[in-house]
Design a protein around this ligand. Structure first.
Ligand SMILES: Nc1nc2c(ncn2[C@@H]2O[C@H](COP(=O)(O)OP(=O)(O)OP(=O)(O)O)[C@@H](O)[C@H]2O)c(=O)[nH]1
Ligand SMILES: [Mg+2]
Length: 671
């Protein structure tokens, strides 16, 4: 659709398509390969006397963070619904984002030329799914599938047919559509009247409402978020696009008409100021996207909310208290950037090579700092252990991933200190696959992903008192350390407590920390499975020493020996990480999803209902969730979403314990 807008307005000279790689907006090789947008891209074009700047946003589930972020910087939303596939999960999500930013919206039932295209059914699916703003047709299709040729404008009661170049010519309303036109026009008038008291009275009393009254009231109703007008299009055959472009101008607010952005005077302060889109006011803007190119560097894309910006100037990054300067100011044209001499409220523009600015930051006039509250990025839901494909490339790999995390805030690289693995987290398999391809293309390194190791822990359930005695006294200076300890379990999360209960100097002061150190080192390496020991208390209660042969080293070894011996006598066991799983699904999937959670050894904590959606909270062992993302997608046809957060450790069941212990191959004991 966006490519068609560019073509029709002669902004481009051919109709680009992601299918043959000629798209101006889906220009990254990873997008061309998948024939789908992975990133939001920007362009603008003239229509009538206005200039329209738009963001083409991805609809794929794994890429919606960009969609949501960019929607913070626009004034209205254009919603496309496929006349065959109808409302999709991502349509619902996009609609919800538009709700949260208070964006007025207009709808096109697109692809009316496709085989099995069905206007009525698609409209029904739209009206069933979305109740607010109310979706009401302002146009009806003439024909469908192969014979889709034009539309009837329900407000002006005029019909238009389109030629192959997308040019409209007026034609009589087809006789077989007359009843349908009357009935839909009636519904439209009623819906408009419901949003305006004066009109409603006229309507109920049976008075005629003039076209200009209807027009005015409809414009207001769309801008105020009461109505979402619906039209029909084919972007492939260029049908209904001029009509849709007119709808953008008529119904979506300009930057001057939009509800003002709210700002705070300080980061995390209350949103107390309305920022008027005044070009003469101090500059302020919200950063909605960042891209990183290995050669051109970082490009910061922002929506100007107030003031005017010119090249070779500067501003304050309010979130980080950092002053920044820049050279050129760019308007975006898909992949290309065009230098501009000035930009003002409503413009989405970019500057390069800033140092401190990230997506979500506010940049503003240094003397008049304000902050716009940006939506925090979505939290990644899948994690893999990441390695370099070729040994020796590790540093390059991690540097490349770190660069990627600047432009893609849903990508996280962390280190698991216990398993020593580097963990790459993202929004799903498709997301991470695309990222790896991009890294290979941009930074020439190859990365492999593996299932991450689960960070088990060891602990005890019983108590014991043991002696650890280390003695080597065969000629020359010997070794002598002797520690008697009592060990007992601590509650979950208790960590480690060491208690010194030595009396009468049976172990000299200076050796006691050595005993503790020996124990802590033994705990870190684990006893039965190579995983660290947690949640136990050790009291040093007795011991002995030798005037000549005792040393810190000897007592450290004695402490470690005592600990290992005691541990084995204290009913050792294995703990596994438990995650807090929050799943959101439409009602009808509740049963399946809950059944699946219990088959993953999950414990249900509760459910909440939010309209037609249910939120399910459960504690589930991490090892049972490694492939949760594809399972939930197939269980719900992509209509579910979930988030994960570490909750606590819990004892693993016998089968898991035995497996973890039997797979452990202790290294030669260096001692
Ligand atoms: N028949 C028909 N096909 C269309 C029409 N509009 C787009 N398509 C095709 O639908 C497919 C998807 O089009 P895109 O423009 O990539 O759709 P999108 O909404 O941007 O999809 P994502 O970027 O993946 O979110 C392509 O094969 C297009 O050629 C149309 O009006 N009629
Ligand atoms: Mg796209």
């Amino acid at each position: 659709m966006a490519e068609a807008f560019l073509y029709l307005t002669k902004t481009t000279n051919r109709l680009g398509s992601v299918v043959d790689g000629s798209s101006v907006l889906d220009y990254e090789p990873e997008e061309v390969k998948r024939k789908s947008s992975l990133n939001a891209s920007f362009h603008s074009f003239p229509w009538k006397k206005s200039q329209i700047t738009f963001a083409d946003t991805p609809g794929g589930e794994n890429f919606l963070n960009d969609t949501r972020s960019v929607m913070q910087g626009v004034d209205g939303a254009v919603v496309l619904v496929d006349a065959v596939d109808m409302v999709k999960v991502s349509t619902e999500k996009g609609w919800a984002y538009a709700d949260s930013y208070g964006l007025p919206r207009i709808i096109a039932i697109n692809k009316m030329d496709r085989e099995r295209a069905d206007f009525e059914k698609t409209l029904e699916s739209v009206q069933e799914t979305f109740s607010h703003p109310k979706a009401i047709p302002v146009a009806l299709p003439i024909g469908a599938e192969n014979s889709f040729s034009g539309l009837v404008d329900l407000l002006r009661l005029k019909a238009f047919k389109y030629d192959a170049a997308g040019k409209a010519s007026e034609t009589p309303i087809p006789a077989d559509l007359k009843d349908q036109v009357d009935s839909y026009r009636e519904k439209l008038i009623e819906a408009i009247a419901e949003t305006d008291d004066v009109l409603l009275e006229k309507f109920l009393e049976g008075h005629d409402i003039t076209d200009s009254e209807l027009d005015q009231a409809l414009k207001a109703a769309v801008k105020n978020g009461h109505i979402a007008p619906v039209t029909v299009t084919s972007s492939l055959k260029l049908i209904g696009l001029d009509f849709f472009l007119d709808m953008i101008l008529d119904f979506l607010p300009s930057p001057l008409e939009r509800k003002p952005y709210l700002a705070s005077l300080a980061v995390d302060g209350p949103e107390e100021i309305e920022k008027a889109p005044d070009p003469a006011a101090p500059f302020s803007a919200l950063v909605i996207k960042t891209t990183v190119d290995p050669f051109a560097g970082q490009l910061t894309i922002f929506r100007i909310i107030s003031g005017t910006l010119t090249p070779d100037s500067g501003f304050l990054n309010v979130n980080r208290g950092q002053k920044e300067r820049f050279g050129q100011l760019f308007a975006l044209e898909g992949k290309a950037q065009k230098a501009v001499e000035e930009a003002g409220p409503g413009d989405i523009v970019a500057v390069s090579k800033l140092k401190s600015v990230l997506t979500g930051d506010t940049i503003a006039d240094e003397a008049n700092p304000v902050v716009f509250k940006a939506t925090p990025p979505m939290v990644p839901v899948v994690s893999f252990a990441v390695e370099a494909k070729n040994k020796g490339d590790e540093e390059k790999v991690f540097a490349a991933i770190n660069k990627m995390t600047v432009e893609d805030v849903t990508l996280k690289l962390t280190r698991n200190n216990q398993t020593k693995e580097m963990i790459l987290s993202g929004m799903g398999q498709v997301h991470l696959d695309a990222i790896l391809e991009k890294i290979k293309r941009k930074y020439s390194v190859e990365v492999v992903l593996k299932a991450p190791k689960v960070a088990f822990k060891e602990t005890i359930k019983g108590r014991a008192k043991v002696q650890g005695k280390y003695k080597k006294q065969t000629g020359g200076k010997g070794q002598y350390g002797d520690a008697v300890i009592e060990m007992e379990p601590l509650p979950r999360g208790g960590g480690f407590i060491f208690e010194d209960k030595i009396v009468g100097g049976v172990i000299p002061r200076q050796y006691i920390p050595a005993v503790e150190k020996g124990i802590i080192e033994a705990m870190a390496g684990g006893v039965v499975s190579g995983n660290p020991v947690v949640d136990c208390k050790v009291a040093l209660v007795f011991g002995s020493y030798h005037d000549v042969d005792s040393s810190e080293m000897a007592f450290k070894i004695a402490g470690s020996m005592a600990f290992k011996k005691a541990f084995l006598e204290c009913q050792p066991t294995i703990l596994e990480p438990i995650m807090m799983l929050t799943v959101t699904v439409p009602d009808e999937f509740m049963g399946d999803v809950m059944g699946d959670i219990s088959s993953r050894r999950g414990k249900l904590l509760g459910t909440e209902s939010h309209g037609k959606r249910q939120i399910i909270n459960a504690h589930v062992p991490q090892m049972e969730l490694l492939s949760y993302s594809p399972s939930l997608t197939s269980m719900t046809g992509g209509r579910g979403s979930f988030s994960l957060e570490f909750a606590h450790y819990d004892e693993a069941p016998a089968q898991v314990r035995e497996k973890v212990i039997s797979e452990y191959k202790p290294q030669e004991d260096k001692e």
